[in-house]
Design a binder for this molecule. Structure first.
Ligand code: CP
Length: 307
């Protein structure tokens, strides 16, 4: 059974297939999820991921059921395994946003239904699909393009780096000391097929010649107690006009959102002509639909099957 816990759960050709499905019209995709449910469990708040996944399920003919994390109570009301086995009887797939990535791994290890990661402490692979789709729309292909990440090498950055490596892009990380990727992680991303990967502690150096400049909030969900220290540590990593000036002519700015204007990015950049953040957010739905259609294909889920 095929799950989607990390971007690299897709091989290079499969990522291309997801991108193809993301751009196909409903007449071509059909209704592979007709008569099926898809469970969407959120241990953390969400706007884009919930709405885009719900609509993607609907567009494939299925019925999404949103559930808050405390309602299922992973390992509180009952075990992760019991929850998964029970919900697998109602749904063609289960998607979850979790604090701890190992919860997703335990769910997937049962191989009852495909499990989809809607964000964990380790990765945010659905976001990476939308990021890649948006950059493909801009550049045609990411092969040989330079993608810069400014800020914390966090779950979003890790998934983006995996996707960019599969696409054959050059990856430039600009992270404060202590917030970057380890040498082992840089080697792992390189081995996935990145044209190159390098890391510095300078935002402008990372952005130098980049075709796309990405960033994320400096304080993620669950890190609120570290706010003061993180804002101090990331003070030199705001994406502003100076950072964008170091990038290639016509470089685009991207952010997974929600954003904090005046903190990790200036209003001039995120609301300016280089910004693609709205398109990137809209692409969450198209990318999710492509991923769900792909999981239907590879797991042989077709309209009319009975569970
Ligand atoms: N980018 C993202 O995952 O947004 P939400 O937290 O609103 O889902």
């Amino acid at each position: 059974m095929r799950h989607f816990l990390d971007t690299i759960d897709l091989q290079r050709k499969e990522l291309a297939r997801v991108m193809e499905l993301a751009t196909q019209r409903q007449e071509v995709l059909g209704w592979p999820l007709a008569d099926y449910g898809v469970a969407l469990i959120f241990e953390k708040p969400s706007n884009r991921t919930r709405q885009s996944m719900e609509m993607a399920v609907v567009q494939l003919g299925g019925h999404p059921i949103f559930t808050r994390g405390e309602e299922v109570g992973f390992d509180v009301r009952e075990t992760v395994e019991d929850i998964t086995r029970i919900m697998a009887g109602y749904h063609a797939m289960i998607a979850a946003r979790v604090f701890d990535h190992s919860v997703l791994e335990r769910m997937a290890s049962l191989n009852d239904v495909p499990i989809i990661n809607m964000l964990s402490d380790k990765s945010h692979p659905l976001q990476s699909l939308a990021d890649i789709l948006t950059m493909r729309e801009e550049f045609g292909s990411l092969k040989g393009k330079t993608v810069a990440w400014i800020g914390d090498y966090n779950n979003v950055a890790r998934s983006l780096a995996e996707g960019c490596a599969l696409e054959g892009a050059h990856i430039r990380l600009g992270c404060p000391s202590g917030y970057g990727a380890s040498d082992d992680e840089l080697a792992r991303i390189s081995a996935l097929g990145a044209a190159s990967i390098s890391q510095s502690t300078s935002a402008s150096q990372a952005a130098d010649g980049a075709h796309a400049v990405h960033t994320d909030v400096f304080v993620s969900m669950g890190q609120e107690s570290e706010t003061e220290r993180r804002l101090r540590d990331f003070a030199e990593f705001q994406v502003d006009d100076t950072v964008m000036a170091a990038a290639a002519t016509d470089a685009i700015f991207m952010h997974c959102l929600p954003a904090h204007r005046g903190v990790e990015v200036t209003s001039e950049v995120i609301d300016g002509p280089a910004s693609r953040v709205v398109r990137q957010a809209h692409n969450r739905m198209h990318a999710a639909r492509g991923l769900l259609a792909f999981l239907c294909e590879v797991n042989d889920i077709t309209k009319g099957d009975t569970k």
